[in-house]
Design a protein around this ligand. Structure first.
Ligand SMILES: Cc1ncc(COP(=O)(O)O)c(C=O)c1O
Length: 452
């Protein structure tokens, strides 16, 4: 194969379609050639506004100059300073940057890996090893990744594990506090929803997995793949109490919700709950592969040296990029921008929701910061028993609207088994670009609803 400059875009796409595994899905059948800030340029010349951030990763925009420069400089210094051979400076500098950003001062022991799934595997392994217990409790609707342990605690869609069972044993699932999944109206008080779910969890601990056999509870403080649902504060606090009572570890998976995405450095800060193990990834190195499993020294001191590790774990280039990203977060007041843009995004989506033309088709607008979703109604519902079926609305609204947005120059993603579109623009997106994306989205909704 010769360089892309000598091949037409169409022939490259055709080559990819033939030789890249069918196991991957794609939003656009195109080559992404250049990323700059909130935009991605495709090989056919289209310049797309990116409201996906590469699935919540390029949070400081594509190729942030400071982050890219830090990575390039590190490439000329040392690339592979293997973590089981010795320390490297960017690893330690990154811990120095992250320590004051932790949602609780007890989180003082770090292990860096590459992906979010690996971080989940690390957390499960750590929880089992240090408690001497086997079982893990997870949430219905959760997404934690595609490797075997992570897949076993993933309950957002069957596609991830279809045809490959049996998965890791010892997983027990309780409902996530999500009104739609529970079949209650979206305005049900969060205290009621929390009570229902904590009751189910308590029953699980007396009917299915004895606390003495239960190593950990794993939860996303904002359900990601399951539909962008922030867990109520009362629920997270209830989990903390149950964990404290029984010596169960609380694993907070902030792979998607973390690192400024929700308007706080970590979404768990909204509840004041202390994680025993915090998982972070995605935006951490703004596109370089890096994840973190962060816990208390008192817990990690129980691990045997050599039990954790990985050839590329905590790569020096990724860590150098992450140090720069942490600095940019501060220097550019990223959280301030998230909170300002969040208000504008909610106001644009709520305006659509209250417009009588669309009202019956829109079930909910929700989220935190710039992790926001709109849920459409569906004529068939997610199941035949779905209380929110609405035969008068068009079919497949979310995927049709998302497709229309792409045609109009906006990259955007759907999520969950429900009709949900998620908004995860860069955290430093400008007011102008956010407004432009919202306008494209509104036009797409209008056209799809009109088409019926
Ligand atoms: C909450 C959560 N956990 C874990 C993962 C898995 O991360 P990765 O795709 O990097 O393996 C994801 C990915 O989207 C995620 O959203």
């Amino acid at each position: 194969m010769t360089s892309s400059s000598t091949q037409s875009h169409a022939s490259l796409v055709e080559f990819g379609q033939k030789h890249v595994t069918k196991g991957l899905g794609r939003v656009v059948e195109a080559v992404m050639q250049k990323g700059e800030g909130s935009y991605v340029t495709l090989g056919d010349g289209r310049k797309m506004l990116d409201f996906t951030s590469g699935i919540g990763v390029t949070n400081l925009g594509h190729c942030h100059p400071k982050v890219s420069k830090a990575a390039a400089d590190q490439c000329m210094n040392i690339v592979h300073a293997q973590c089981s051979i010795g320390f490297h400076e960017p690893y330690l500098q990154l811990i120095q940057r992250l320590l004051p950003m932790m949602p609780h001062p007890s989180l003082d022991s770090f292990f860096f890996w590459n992906s979010g799934s690996e971080a989940v595997e690390g957390a499960i392994k750590m929880a089992r090893a240090v408690t001497g217990r086997q079982n893990i409790i997870n949430m219905q609707g959760a997404y934690h990744g595609r490797t075997f342990g992570a897949m076993a605690v993933t309950k957002s869609k069957t596609i991830y594990s279809e045809g490959v069972h049996p998965l890791m044993p010892g997983v027990f699932t309780v409902p996530y506090p999500f009104w739609h999944q529970l079949g209650v109206p979206s305005d049900t008080p969060s205290s009621k929803i929390s009570e229902m779910c904590l009751n189910q969890l308590s029953l699980l601990l007396s009917q299915s997995t004895n606390p003495k056999d239960t190593a950990a509870i794993i939860i996303e403080p904002v359900l990601g793949e399951g539909g962008y649902v922030p867990a109520p504060k009362e629920f997270l606090q209830g989990l903390r109490d149950i964990c404290d009572k029984h010596g169960i570890l609380l694993i907070i998976d902030e792979v998607q919700s973390g690192y400024g995405r929700t308007g706080k450095t970590y979404a768990i800060e909204y509840s004041g709950v202390r994680p025993d193990i915090l998982l972070t990834a995605k935006g951490l190195a703004n596109g370089f592969p890096l994840s973190g499993v962060i816990s208390r020294k008192e817990i990690t001191d129980k691990l045997k040296p050599g039990s954790m590790g990985g050839t590329y774990a905590g790569n020096a280039v990724s860590c150098a990029a992450a140090v720069a990203a942490a600095d940019v977060m501060k220097e550019e007041n990223i959280l301030e921008n998230v909170n300002a843009r969040s208000k504008e995004l909610f106001s644009a989506l709520n305006a659509l929701r209250s417009d009588p033309k669309f009202a019956p088709a829109i079930l909910d607008v929700r989220g935190q910061g710039l992790m926001v979703a709109i849920e459409f109604a569906s004529p068939a519902g997610a199941t035949p028993y779905d209380t929110f079926r609405n035969p008068s609305v068009p079919e497949k609204l979310a995927s049709r609207v998302a497709k229309k947005c792409v045609e109009k120059g906006l990259l955007i993603l759907t999520t969950s088994v429900y009709e949900v579109i998620r908004f995860i623009p860069p955290l430093n997106i400008s007011q102008e670009d956010l407004a432009k994306g919202c306008k494209i989205f509104a036009e797409a909704v209008e056209e799809v609803v009109r088409e019926g």
